[in-house]
Design a binder for this molecule. Structure first.
Ligand code: AMP
Ligand code: ZN
Length: 114
């Protein structure tokens, strides 16, 4: 998708602070962080949201969760705790239409979310 900001990041057309990459996933620092650690984990493939994830892409989910665990260890939030968040659609607060997971840590979060 030519006009998708996260496709542009995964294709290295616009700069980002990449913290992990493999053949199917890329993770980079959120440029408007809500916590000391705020990393976005995305599939390189343009999947608009969790609801558009089809059966042949389902294998990405355990990869995303395992990448979150690895990054939590690397950024030293594995012991203190963290949130892994996927905002989906309008009411979920999704602002970028390319499926992504927020890894947030380094401070305590409230519940329920606002
Ligand atoms: P969401 O509201 O769940 O769709 O989250 C989108 C996130 O993408 C927000 O936290 C933004 O700060 C972040 N974001 C948007 N553009 C960029 C960018 N170019 N580089 C890094 N993070 C971005
Ligand atoms: Zn995209």
């Amino acid at each position: 998708m030519q006009d998708c900001v996260f496709c542009l990041i995964s294709n290295k057309k616009i700069p980002s602070e990449i913290v992990y990459e493999d053949d199917e996933l890329i993770a980079f620092k959120d440029n408007n962080p809500e916590a000391p650690v705020h990393i976005l984990i995305i599939p390189k493939k343009h999947i608009p949201s969790l609801m558009e994830l089809n059966d042949c892409d389902m294998h990405l989910m355990p990869k995303i969760f395992d990448t979150a665990r690895k990054l939590a260890r690397e950024f030293k939030i594995d012991k203190s705790g963290f949130r892994l968040v996927c905002n989906c659609g309008k009411d979920g607060g999704q602002s970028v239409g390319h499926m992504h997971f927020h890894l947030l840590g380094g401070r305590a979060f409230k519940w329920p979310p606002g």
